[in-house]
Design a protein around this ligand. Structure first.
Ligand SMILES: C[S@@+](CC[C@H](N)C(=O)[O-])C[C@H]1O[C@@H](n2cnc3c(N)ncnc32)[C@H](O)[C@@H]1O
Length: 313
């Protein structure tokens, strides 16, 4: 079979299943199989495929027809122009989440400041790896410190693998544990801690906490068949979807400020419907915080930024 013929056949089948991205999906799967960029398919429509390539493609299309996301079939997803390895253990990085990276990159380039960045619930590592790669190389903002946590061991193995792929594995420290807890517990091991002050502080001029934690309610999960292949651990967050943010804010509130005696910013990705409730939560748990809401490309409230004045000891 030739490229054009097999693509047409697959697009027809995918469209019949009401898969809106039928064209794109078929092209991504075929270019993955023949290990060529998508442009190659357009430039060589008459190219004959081997029998092995044909049967692999048909098998992958059959998986897509059952609803499996393309990223899990190919094992890849692009985020902020970088390629990330993904499998069923991790959430597939979303375009909306690039907003968080954009915000920090903008601040970083504007202020040329060093900082400490802690990514909570790192998943594939897409946020912290993109930041480490861009802040430390592209913009030459050297010496920022990067940390990441996740509750799941298999998830962290993937994040570490991605960090290695992008050659930032020496710049990021990964910890397994509950939200901010492993960072608090391991604080004494951080480089840059003031050794004899008795009250070390996070090094550098500011602390940024990024958190794209699970934020869906049981009803939202039930009504979104497209996410049925993704891990519940990455999605489900109690009756109002705010279980993890509630806990994170409590952890931040209870951190001894001798540890975090620097300006602190927390960036959280949310569902637009949670805007009012998360503001109330921040006001309740993190007094004297300033809150900003940022919209995604569709004009929906997607990110909360709060700058916190942690009580000084
Ligand atoms: C919505 S996913 C986001 C992954 C990644 N940050 C991204 O943007 O693609 C949430 C992540 O939080 C992790 N997680 C769930 N509960 C956690 C907890 N109590 N402490 C730390 N991480 C947790 C999950 O394993 C998952 O990887």
């Amino acid at each position: 079979m030739i490229i054009n013929q097999i693509l047409e056949e697959a697009i027809k089948k995918l469209s019949n299943k009401k898969i809106l991205s039928a064209h794109l999906d078929a092209e991504i799967l075929l270019s993955h199989i023949i290990k060529k960029p998508r442009e190659y398919l357009l430039a060589h429509p008459e190219k004959k495929l081997t029998q092995k390539q044909v049967s692999s493609f048909k098998f992958q299309v059959s998986r897509r027809l059952k609803g499996e996301p393309v990223a899990y079939i190919t094992g890849h997803k692009e985020f902020y122009g970088l390629d990330f390895f993904v499998d069923k253990n991790v959430l597939i990085p979303r375009q909306e989440t690039e907003l968080m990276v954009d915000e920090i990159m903008e601040q970083g380039t504007r202020n040329k400041e060093q900082g400490t960045i802690i990514d909570i619930g790192t998943g594939s590592g897409c946020i912290i790896i993109t930041l480490a790669k861009n802040l430390n190389s592209k913009f030459k903002i050297q010496n920022s410190k990067f940390f990441a946590t996740d509750i799941s061991k298999p998830v962290l193995a993937i994040a570490r693998k991605n960090a290695k792929l992008h050659n930032v594995h020496k710049d990021i420290k990964f910890f397994q544990g509950d939200l901010l807890k492993p960072i608090i517990n391991n604080f004494s091991k951080f480089p840059g801690r003031a050794p004899r002050s008795g009250a070390g502080k996070i090094q550098n001029s500011k602390l940024i906490i990024t958190a794209n934690l699970p934020y869906l309610t049981p009803a939202q999960i039930k009504n979104s068949p497209s996410i049925k292949y993704e891990p519940k651990l990455a999605l489900s967050a109690g009756a109002d979807g705010l279980k993890y943010y509630r806990k994170l804010f409590k952890q931040i509130k209870n951190v001894s400020c001798s540890m975090f005696r620097v300006p602190c910013f927390v960036l959280c990705e949310i569902d637009p419907s949670q805007t009012t409730k998360i503001k109330q939560l921040i006001n309740k748990e993190l007094l004297s915080s300033q809150i900003q809401i940022k919209k995604d490309l569709r004009g929906l409230n997607r990110m909360v930024i709060c700058s916190i004045n942690l009580r000084q000891d």
